[in-house]
Design a protein around this ligand. Structure first.
Ligand SMILES: Nc1ncnc2c1ncn2[C@@H]1O[C@H](COP(=O)(O)OP(=O)(O)OP(=O)(O)O)[C@@H](O)[C@H]1O
Ligand SMILES: [Mg+2]
Length: 447
């Protein structure tokens, strides 16, 4: 959890002592907590140990330089916010830094005002997203930092996540936080249209290009010019369409159906899918070259069951939203109902939570949501079998591997909570704990 009472902590990296102390002084005076490092290596160690909100680093340092530090930090934590300080006039290296995931850069000599403005804008941007993207789990904070980082560029973004995790919400948020926000956000669901319709929708058509094309029509790539085009369910587009999209992305131009002359377009593309594109690439169902073009900046939204810290904040938000829509006031949710919400597996993620709350508000007889107001699947979720969707492992797997696979799945579905996983498996806490140790099962990233 992010502690909102904690002051923002900034890691200052510079091999020149004077510079380091100067930045530290300015930032501390402005109320930030500052830790500092005299080398990139020392910075990496500190970054691992302390919770850091922003890294301010010099570009030219002896040994490992600022760009190498940036790349290493991004490899460890893609959402890290890094501000670079560069020598006056070294524009090319700055471009490298921005491409590698720096949030911004400052040119030397850095004046106090610019430094503080850049830092506070970066951190304020995050807080602004708080009202839009609800949740304060580490996972959602990471998503917010990614939104903020990509907002500053026009790079293509690929939003990944299970159904209902908030992919469209995140796409809209990127648009709103970007310089394109005064222009349109156009969304198109690629799975909802057949190939011909999708092509004419995206690229437009010339008059008479097919039966029914009575007039020339501009496609979304053209009408979204200056703005953002959101391609939802990108994993569902046909192979022929994939080729056309690839060309549009590569050339930054489109040709209307029946047209001959390409038209230049200026759109930020955001694509989303709940499909496993990597598997689709391997199976030859999704073009690898298009995959790389789209996956420039991935934003991954974990399922709700893996960020249970967000459940109550989201519930409160939806109670406020839907009770206002009903013209009613709610005191909240009973303790038992809360407990159920916290323990449920949420296969439909945030969307499912929202509709459960919306329905409960319609049903509630008092000004409080009770267990009875919740949908039956949530009320019955305490019974293991209803909540545990076990994927069958391949045939011929050893008994030990089967047991291991079952345990990992139960742990994943219970958000790595041993008590809950034990309940799903019908084991005691201690038995499961013993088996976890025996198999050396750890949450990915915790090794
Ligand atoms: N972090 C969040 N804060 C507030 N509302 C959210 C959040 N995440 C999702 N929602 C809400 O939940 C609903 C589902 O989100 P959204 O439509 O963006 O999901 P999705 O991933 O696009 O789903 P699908 O895969 O089914 O298209 C929306 O009403 C959205 O506003
Ligand atoms: Mg969606």
């Amino acid at each position: 959890m992010t502690d909102t009472t904690r002051r923002n902590r900034i890691l200052v990296v510079d091999d020149e002592k004077n510079q380091r102390e100067l930045y530290q002084l300015i930032l501390e005076d402005a109320g930030y907590e500052v830790i500092s490092a005299a080398s990139a290596q020392a910075a990496l160690r500190l970054y691992e140990e302390a919770e850091v909100d922003l890294v301010l680093t010099d570009f030219n340092m002896t040994g490992m330089d600022g760009l190498a530090l940036l790349k290493e930090l991004v490899a460890r934590e893609p959402s890290v916010i890094v501000v670079m300080i560069t020598a006056f006039g070294s524009v090319d290296s700055v471009k490298d830094a921005l491409r590698s995931g720096a949030y911004d850069y400052l040119e030397k000599p850095v004046d106090q005002e610019t430094l503080l403005r850049t830092v506070s804008e970066a951190l304020a941007g995050l807080r602004q997203l708080d009202g839009d993207i609800i949740g304060a789990s580490d996972a959602i904070e990471r998503v917010k930092r990614m939104i903020l980082k990509v907002a500053g560029s026009s790079s293509t973004v690929l939003v990944r996540g299970e159904s209902g995790t908030g992919k469209e919400k995140v796409a809209r948020s990127v648009h709103r936080a970007s310089q394109r926000s005064s222009n349109v956000f156009q969304a198109v669901n690629c799975a909802a249209l057949n190939e011909n319709l999708l092509e004419s929708e995206l690229f437009g058509h010339e008059k008479g290009s097919f039966t029914g094309a009575n007039a020339q029509k501009k496609g979304l790539f053209e009408t979204a010019s200056g703005g953002t085009l959101f391609l939802d369910e990108i994993g569902d587009v046909s192979p022929a369409m994939q080729v056309k999209l690839l060309r549009a992305l590569q050339e930054r131009e489109v040709t209307r159906v029946g047209g001959t002359k390409p038209v230049q377009v200026d759109v930020r593309l955001i694509a989303a899918t709940n499909r496993d594109l990597e598997v689709m690439v391997k199976d030859g169902r999704f073009r690898e070259d298009l995959y790389y073009r789209l996956n420039v900046i991935p934003i991954v939204i974990p399922p709700l069951r893996e960020r249970r810290d967000d459940i109550l904040a989201l519930t409160d938000f939806f109670v406020a939203k839907h009770s206002a829509a009903e013209g009613r006031r709610f005191r909240g949710i009973s303790a038992d109902a809360r407990k159920l919400l916290l323990e449920y597996g949420w296969p439909g993620n945030v969307r499912q939570l929202e509709s459960a709350v919306e329905r409960a508000i319609l049903l509630a007889e008092t000004d409080r949501i009770e267990v009875e107001d919740l949908p039956v699947e949530i009320r019955q979720a305490n019974e293991p079998s209803t909540n545990f969707a076990f994927k069958l492992p391949p045939e011929g797997i050893s008994f030990e591997d089967l047991e291991r696979s079952l345990i990992i799945q139960a742990m994943e579905q219970s958000g790595w909570n041993i008590t809950r996983a034990a309940k799903l498996l019908g084991l005691s806490f201690r038995t499961l704990q013993y088996r976890l140790e025996k198999f050396g099962i750890k949450k990915r990233g915790d090794e």
